[in-house]
Design a protein around this ligand. Structure first.
Ligand SMILES: Nc1ncnc2c1ncn2[C@@H]1O[C@H](COP(=O)(O)OP(=O)(O)OP(=O)(O)O)[C@@H](O)[C@H]1O
Length: 360
């Protein structure tokens, strides 16, 4: 028998003023799986989360939890009976309640049982010693961990998280993210995390659902989305890009960087060759010539350095290309700071570039 998804969304749609803000969205999450809804601001991530949480009604579609219908446009299990935990950016603890009372907030049953559960949860986030403290006596990171303990105390089947770590500084954020992830995985909770930060999605997700204008445009493991993006916008969502245009003849595109394969693309079709700055190679000028062409790197094209910046772990070098005056950016590891005006040669790694037909 096929395993039952913990959360299944079928054809969810929500319209505001006639505009579909969430548009026929379907998604499945298994127990212990972390899925990130990743997309630019306004693409409908939070609205999706609110419908699953039960605080917003969909115009069409169904929500299933552990194989049971929780909500369609007629039937609706109330939010508090869905066993869904929430962790949002404004995770604020109740300031007038102690740490123990905060964690016990969503629990029912006898006081002794509740206390035991609170102790277990605080142990999990390594904060038992603060059980009788007040929220204002805790650091931001400790408060966040208490909020996590509070969200997990009722043993939710699903955890919905909306940019929950964005208020924390970088180092703390990494630490809290890792703690949160390991606790949720251990508990077998299905997690749907909303973020507009690709780095956060890459770090947290087993599965990324990339969203644009209310729809999922691509879904898969972080490695696959990063290395097999469906279109130019997807590549540019994860990193800076360079774009070179060409026209296809006989499944090939001729450019100043040599030929690129364009299999299945008809003759006369314009294509864009998309390359991340870290996948260009830089070579020195040898009396007006560059390195010899190779199958892997194609033909070198010459450019002149406009500026070079040291970025910490890498250097960013901007070039004005001799052939058309366009700007190309290359990123190289460590320190490489050629002076402006210096001629250098660039090659494009054939195994790291993407060729997309120009549409529209
Ligand atoms: N109650 C509402 N009435 C009208 N429009 C709304 C309402 N709620 C959301 N919207 C609109 O729906 C679109 C999607 O909003 P949503 O908050 O889901 O996006 P998001 O992807 O979560 O963005 P962000 O990352 O900025 O939070 C936006 O254009 C927003 O203005």
């Amino acid at each position: 028998m096929a395993p039952v998804p913990r959360l299944e969304i079928r054809n969810l749609t929500r319209r505001f003023d006639g505009r579909a803000v969430v548009d026929d969205l379907s998604l499945t999450i298994m127990p212990g799986q972390v899925t990130c809804l990743l997309g630019p601001s306004g693409c409908g991530k939070s609205t999706t989360l609110r419908m699953i949480a039960g605080v917003e009604m969909q115009d069409a579609g169904e929500i299933w939890v552990d194989g049971t219908l929780v909500c369609d446009t007629v039937f609706r299990v109330p939010a508090e009976r869905r066993r869904i935990g929430l962790m949002f950016q404004d995770f604020a603890l109740f300031p007038h309640l102690s740490v123990a009372e905060n964690v016990a907030f969503g629990l029912a049953g006898p006081a002794a049982e509740k206390r035991a559960r609170v102790e277990t949860m605080l142990d999990r986030v390594s904060l038992r010693r603060f059980i009788d403290a007040w929220p204002h006596e805790l650091s931001g990171g400790e408060q966040q961990r208490v909020a996590l303990a509070r969200a997990l105390a009722p043993d939710p089947r699903i955890m919905l998280m909306d940019e929950p770590f964005s208020g924390l500084d970088n180092r703390l954020r990494d630490e809290i993210r890792d703690t949160t992830l390991s606790i949720l995985k251990e508990a077998g909770t299905a997690v749907l995390l909303v973020t507009h930060e690709p780095d956060e999605a890459m770090r947290m997700a087993d599965d990324i659902a990339l969203m644009r204008q209310g729809r999922i445009v691509q879904q898969g493991a972080p490695y696959n989305i990063y290395n097999a993006p469906k279109d130019k916008q997807t590549v540019s969502f994860f990193s800076d890009i360079n774009v070179i245009r060409g026209t296809v003849r006989g499944a090939l595109t001729e450019t100043p960087f040599g030929r690129f394969l364009a299999p299945g693309v008809p003759d006369g079709q314009q294509v864009e060759i998309v390359i991340r700055p870290q996948h260009l190679k830089i070579d020195f000028d040898r009396d007006g010539s560059g390195p010899l062409p190779t199958a892997q790197d194609g033909t070198p094209a010459r450019g002149t350095v406009i500026r070079a910046r040291f970025m910490g772990r890498e250097s960013l070098v901007e070039f004005r290309m001799d052939h058309d005056g366009s700007t190309i950016r290359a990123v190289v590891p460590n320190v490489f700071l050629p002076r402006p005006g210096k001629p250098l040669w660039l090659t494009i790694r054939r195994d790291r570039c993407f060729v997309f037909p120009v549409t529209g």
